[in-house]
Design a protein around this ligand. Sequence first.
Ligand SMILES: Nc1ncnc2c1ncn2[C@@H]1O[C@H](COP(=O)(O)OP(=O)(O)OP(=O)(O)O)[C@@H](O)[C@H]1O
Length: 256
Amino acid sequence: MSAALKRVQGELAAASVHAASHEDGNVAVIVEGLTRRFGDGPAVLDRLDLAIAPGEFVALLGHSGSGKSTLLRTLAGIDPVVEGAVSRPREVSVVFQEHRLLPWKRVWENVVLGQEGKDGRDRAAAILEEVGLAHRIDAWPLTLSGGEAQRAALARALVREPGFLLLDEPFAALDALTRLKMQGLVGELWKRRRCAVLLVTHDVDEALLLADRAVVLERGRIRVDMPVALERPRKHVDPVFEDKRETLLKSLGVSL
Ligand SMILES: Nc1ncnc2c1ncn2[C@@H]1O[C@H](COP(=O)(O)OP(=O)(O)OP(=O)(O)O)[C@@H](O)[C@H]1O
């Protein structure tokens, strides 16, 4: 087995083996006292507490190096819980900034990678239809555009019917127009499926367009935890949207 296949399969499998899982109806994810440091350095995550309700969409913002990806990797089960406790749904899926599709497998094979069963192609077809990629079901990943590849990565995450979906800057490498389309798609998919979501992003507008709550991480702790509470679909020109944008930007050290 190649190193790339092992890594992808390992990451997909990790989500179902690490950390406690639970079926509490009121909360999907609980993080308590999570601390993470690398070597002798300062704590990247410092006694961090966080709770996410079932079906809640949380955006995670913070400066580069504030610990967003470290938190996401721990929640995904890719990094072990070293200190503290994490509890989350049994099925957790992750979409990264890079699509991480295996180039020697067709789109549909990537979607159901690691999932046994004869009906794999049918299940892939159904989810590819949902993400608007049914016409590329037999394509090779290298022939996909950036947006199409991220749709395939989303399909691979959703086919597992996760109770918790982790999105690590999934639109950051896309052009502005494709990013807007993908934000709309994620909003639609979330409305239909209502799994808990944690979206890591640097984009304040993206957080306000999609999330129920925006959380700002600073030096390994949550500095701001702000409900967004705006009706959907949201508009940039809404004065409340603008107020919230200003609050978040200020908390990130940007004054307008
Ligand atoms: N495997 C590692 N070994 C050593 N240090 C690490 C490791 N992974 C992360 N770090 C350090 O932990 C800190 C937080 O990194 P992390 O990638 O979580 O930040 P981030 O908020 O996601 O940043 P960005 O927005 O730039 O992606 C950084 O200082 C980084 O150098």
